[in-house]
Write a protein of this length. Structure first.
Length: 221
């Protein structure tokens, strides 16, 4: 489903060169749930952003379903993100002026697929994540756990091949975190979606099929 070959990412900060990734090669199988772990600053989020075509590597290759992301132009990368990739972030990123249902529909609106079937899909997901009674609420009326569940529904509404999650429970208490992890796992299995998530949480990592630990920009184990 996803493969990287000898991935490097270097940033220039003043006179200093920061090597965020140093030769990352990995394969993720279809339907697999993979947790990327490691200390702060080890390159976890950098790797996730490159896998999601939000950033480009300094060198190396990335393949999604056999297609080389590193050779696509900006327009094709944008189209690929809209069709193939779902994102869940630590800080939710729901638009405050939209209702919960409108936020979930957003990926379909951007790709021109917010028809009756799309709206039915959004409502089905909101019911699955326990927010059927919050569809017309605004984000400021939801708790942190509810916001992340809405963000999870939004990330899956367009049936992506891959879901990328960056610290999806980082802002949640233990009870809300457990609920989000359970939902993420159940929905990923139901939707047959490949999941790659970055986490500091041992509980979240244990819920995955496989853990990849990074240290200093390299795969440690």
């Amino acid at each position: 489903m996803l493969e990287t070959r000898d991935l490097h990412k270097t940033y220039q900060s003043g006179d200093a060169r920061v090597e965020a990734l140093r030769g990352i090669s990995l394969k993720v199988l279809p339907g697999e749930i993979v947790a990327i772990t490691g200390p702060s600053g080890c390159g976890k989020s950098t790797l996730l952003h490159i896998l999601g075509a939000l950033d480009i590597p300094t060198s190396g290759q990335v393949y999604l379903e056999g297609h080389p992301l590193h050779s696509l132009d900006d327009d094709k990368l944008t189209s690929l993100r809209q069709l193939k990739i779902g994102f869940v972030f630590q800080f939710f990123h729901l638009l405050p002026t939209l209702t919960v249902e409108e936020n979930v529909l957003l990926p379909l609106l951007l790709s021109g697929r917010a028809d009756a079937l799309g709206k039915s899909r959004a409502r089905d997901l909101l019911e699955t994540v326990g927010l059927a009674d919050r569809t017309h609420h605004r984000p400021h009326q939801l708790s942190g756990g509810q916001l992340q569940r809405a963000a999870l529904a939004r990330a899956l509404v367009h049936r992506p091949s891959v879901l990328l999650a960056d610290e999806p429970t980082g802002n949640l208490d233990s009870a809300s975190s457990a609920k989000v992890v359970d939902l993420l796992t159940v929905l990923a299995r139901r939707e047959k979606t490949t999941v790659i998530l970055v986490t500091h949480s041992e509980e979240v990592a244990k819920a995955s099929d496989r853990q990849i630990r990074l240290v200093d920009g390299r795969i440690h184990s």
